[in-house]
Ligand binder design. Structure first.
Ligand SMILES: C[S@@+](CC[C@H](N)C(=O)[O-])C[C@H]1O[C@@H](n2cnc3c(N)ncnc32)[C@H](O)[C@@H]1O
Length: 176
């Protein structure tokens, strides 16, 4: 049976997307009128960067490490030198190092949480590593704050496309 959107009539128009909840501007800025979407963005924006000690003390550290390892393997296996990557729901940029090690040539990250995008920008600029072990990333990047389900990606990313890899990691997986 064809899947429809909630509230849509059960005829052929059931496959059309729900009405946009977001005012789109060409720059990719978002004006969220939907309460839930705003709460998701606020939740992730409010999450502070943990220290290594805090991270290791987490009761679910092993699950996080397993996730990270799986992502590293996937990124290594599927990336070719110079690939252009679109990372939907990129968060604080925790995967930037993985893409760098795999040889990505261009990176576009989109996330709904402005606080996370700020952290991602800081990390990309090389200011987040207190031990200064890592220089800036080798690939150019564009970071966009917005709802990846609502943005007109064809318009927002017109100058960035085509992409070799489109990835969306842990969007529905929320660590406790
Ligand atoms: C568990 S984090 C994963 C971050 C990153 N992909 C990673 O694997 O480290 C989930 C992310 O999804 C983002 N997010 C949730 N709904 C979104 C949406 N509709 N559009 C863009 N980002 C969204 C959140 O802001 C958060 O940063």
């Amino acid at each position: 049976m064809k899947r429809g959107y909630p509230g849509s009539p059960s005829n052929s128009s059931a496959s059309s997307p729900p009405k946009s909840r977001l005012k789109y501007t060409p720059k990719g800025d978002a004006d969220f009128s939907n309460d839930f979407v705003q709460r998701v963005a606020d939740h992730y924006s409010a999450r502070t960067n943990q220290t290594l000690e805090e991270r290791e003390a987490s009761p679910i550290i092993h699950s996080k490490k397993l996730n990270n390892w799986i992502k590293s393997v996937l990124v290594q296996q599927h990336t070719e030198q110079g690939d252009a990557v679109l990372d939907l729901a990129c968060g604080k940029g925790g995967d930037l190092i993985k893409w760098d090690k795999a040889g990505a040539g261009y990176y576009v990250g989109i996330d709904i949480a402005d606080g996370s995008m700020e952290d991602c920008r800081t990390r990309y600029n090389g200011d987040a590593d207190h031990h200064k072990r890592r220089k800036k990333f080798t690939f150019p990047a564009r970071l966009i704050c917005g709802d990846c389900f609502e943005l007109r990606l064809d318009e927002v990313l017109a100058d960035d496309a085509p992409f070799d890899i489109v990835t969306c990691q842990e969007l529905q997986l929320h660590h406790g």
